[in-house]
Design a protein around this ligand. Structure first.
Ligand SMILES: [Zn+2]
Length: 668
């Protein structure tokens, strides 16, 4: 999903006014006196230690399922959900009808009398919990209210004992079995017919867009689907309200979409029957595109309505797709599509295919004609840096949706152009890493997908086309105003609960900044990348919890980062490192440092001498364990001219006015 964050331009004077950290002149006086009284004492150290900033705040212990080292434990399990779906898109009634058959494998250590499934389309009714919790003035997560599922012919079978019993509550459906599904590998089959009206406004995640040449159907959350059972929460049955996204099991999908003959259907995974649904001309162009580093048209702007390029000239076509080991599939269908594609080069030497479909209204080099190039490059960048893209194809669909991700498929705004289109495309395809490959729970922990994704987007943008569209994540002090705002909330706030004005920061920018600080300031790129890649590899196609992420980074980097997880990820505290003074001492200097913020940070400072030479000094976070002031003995025979904290301005320190010595800022 794509959320615009408010632009927090830092106004130096404003910050100074809001957060002027006046330290008492008396302290300085005492300090100076203490030099005279005793050469051994530089400053009075506080009697209060900082145990509370450094103590443990989450479970580090191993369980059978999750190891203290951050890996899945020896008895880790998750259930498997394989789907066969046959669905028909009716472009007269704007509806979907079909049949889903779920093969459910219970790998848990207990037998199951029932399973929970999600009926996300039930969000689109007048009395859904999502509708009833939407503010009167509306918000981004608006949906139609004349939809919802009709479910018939439910059959739930375990070992030939079948049941048709179920209870639907809002967006959840409980399906009961006559005989329980046996533990540790037992299987059940659940099938049912379903139908619903396709909402025009689908919560900014799916829906319909009217264009000059026809409707674009962006279809997702489109069939009854199993909820996740895990070892930490049991059944995850949070209702679909809007802001919270998804949490899905992995499995293989085999699906068939029947659509009018003049539609192009693109779907997650691989098209199985190109010869039945594409004309020989389009197949030939597709083969060419699969080998081309530059974008090749499959259907040109002036061929949108050319029926000679369709496989059939009347009736319907059934498009057959398959996708292995994925948590979801989505598709799009329209007669209004321009269609183009290019090759994606992967580090192992494998290739995949990037595709884009968009209406004539989005055509043009400043707009969607570059979508395939953006898709290809974003996926290549992330594959190179973090983990190889595992899917055979990646399709970008222009829709009436700001930006929404599904495995191998993104819906981005048909109005996006230039830097905006690059940003949203790279972001939505970045979600293939979080949460499509690394399957965290988005309804509870959006920071584990939006935040991590926003972080990798920064490096992808830095890489793309000689920084054609530079990313601003590194300008951490631009957001200082938000960190100082008393209405800010913690990263750990659930997305359906967090104030919508804060979601962009809590789910996206603040956790991304946290990873940025770890990589660029606290651990350094080599140690961070090693730890982060280990997390991705160990939890690919699995269900990590926050503790698994924290434990992985701690164990692989060899640092206990509790102070950072607690302060930055689970707190609303501010960072404010300060230089109190620089005083000559015994032929050397003492640099008097203070932690005036709520969470500690290591210190990086630059010292410039009168001969114009300079050096960078790094001090570990442990200097703050016994109190909030620290005296650093700078051994030098040169004259100190200037000291500056965080010279590269990586840390979102809320008060820049106390970062330099001598202090040149005006203070009343
Ligand atoms: Zn997102």
């Amino acid at each position: 999903m794509f959320v615009k964050t408010p632009n927090f331009e830092i106004k130096f004077r404003t910050i100074l006014n809001i957060y002027q950290m006046n330290y008492s002149k008396k302290v300085l006086l005492t300090l100076m006196l203490s030099f005279i009284v005793s050469n051994l004492t530089i400053a009075q150290e506080s009697f209060k230690n900082n145990q509370s900033l450094f103590d443990e705040f989450f479970a580090h212990n191993s369980t059978a399922y999750r190891s203290a080292t951050g890996k899945p434990g020896p008895a880790y399990w998750q259930n498997q959900t394989d789907y066969k779906i046959e669905a028909t898109l009716n472009d007269q009634s704007n509806s979907i009808s079909g049949k889903v058959t779920l093969t459910y494998t219970n790998n848990s250590p207990e037998s199951l009398d029932f399973i929970w499934m999600y009926l996300d389309q039930n969000r689109f009714t007048e009395n859904s919990r999502g509708t009833l919790t939407t503010p009167i003035m509306g918000n981004r997560y608006n949906g139609d209210i004349d939809g919802g599922y009709t479910i018939t012919n439910l059959n739930a079978t375990v070992n030939r004992a079948s049941s048709s019993k179920y209870i639907i509550t809002d967006t959840r459906m409980q399906v009961f079995f006559k005989d329980p599904i046996p533990a540790k590998g037992g299987k059940a089959t659940v099938s049912m017919n379903f139908s619903y009206k396709i909402p025009e406004k689908g919560m900014d995640r799916m829906g319909r867009l009217e264009t000059k040449n026809g409707t674009i159907y962006a279809i997702a959350q489109w069939f009854p689907k199993a909820a996740v059972l895990d070892d930490t929460e049991g059944w995850n049955t949070e209702p679909y309200l809007g802001a919270g996204e998804f949490y899905d099991e992995y499995g293989d999908y085999d699906y068939y979409i029947t659509a009018p003959y003049n539609h192009i259907v693109v779907g997650s995974g691989t098209l199985q029957n190109p010869k039945e649904v594409l004309s020989s001309t389009v197949i030939k162009r597709m083969d060419e595109a699969a080998k081309s580093d530059t974008t090749v048209y499959l259907l040109k702007p002036d061929e949108i309505n050319d029926v000679a390029l369709k496989a059939k000239q009347s009736g319907t076509l059934t498009w057959h797709f398959k996708m292995q080991n994925t948590r979801d599939v989505a598709f799009a269908s329209s007669k209004a599509f321009i269609w183009d594609a290019a090759k994606i080069n992967l580090p192992s030497g494998k290739t995949a295919i990037a595709q884009s479909v968009y209406p004539i209204e989005s055509n043009g080099n400043e707009a969607w004609s570059r979508s395939t190039e953006y898709t290809k490059n974003g996926i290549e960048n992330n594959s190179k840096m973090w983990f190889e893209y595992p899917y055979p194809s990646a399709v970008n669909v222009a829709a009436e949706i700001n930006g929404m991700e599904y495995p191998g498929m993104s819906f981005c705004s048909w109005k996006s152009k230039g830097a905006g289109l690059w940003g949203v495309t790279d972001h939505e395809f970045g979600h293939n890493w979080f949460p499509m490959i690394v399957g965290s729970n988005e309804r509870r922990y959006p920071w584990m997908d939006e935040g991590f994704n926003t972080f990798i987007n920064h490096y992808s943008s830095e890489e793309f086309n000689n920084r054609e569209y530079p990313d601003k994540l590194n300008q951490t002090r631009d957001r200082v105003k938000w960190y100082l705002d008393s209405h800010n909330e913690g990263i750990d706030t659930y997305p359906d609960i967090v104030n919508t004005n804060n979601l962009g920061m809590t789910a996206y920018v603040k956790p991304a900044t946290g990873l940025f600080l770890l990589r660029e300031y606290i651990l350094g790129p080599e140690r961070f990348d090693n730890a982060f890649k280990t997390y991705i590899k160990n939890w690919a196609y699995k269900h990590p919890q926050p503790r698994d992420f924290f434990n992985t980074i701690d164990n692989v980097s060899g640092e206990n980062l509790d102070w950072f997880w607690k302060g930055w990820f689970y707190g609303t505290g501010k960072i404010d490192l300060a230089i109190e003074n620089v005083v000559p001492y015994d032929g050397n200097y003492v640099i008097v440092l203070a932690n005036k913020g709520d969470l500690p940070m290591p210190v990086v400072m630059n010292v410039t001498y009168s001969d114009d030479s300079s050096e960078t000094i790094e001090l570990p976070v442990e200097i703050w364990q016994r109190g909030n002031t620290w005296n650093y003995l700078l051994k030098t025979d040169k004259k100190v001219e200037n000291v500056e904290l965080d010279p590269k301005k990586i840390v979102p320190d809320v008060n820049s006015s106390n970062d330099t010595w001598p202090d040149t800022t005006y203070k009343k």
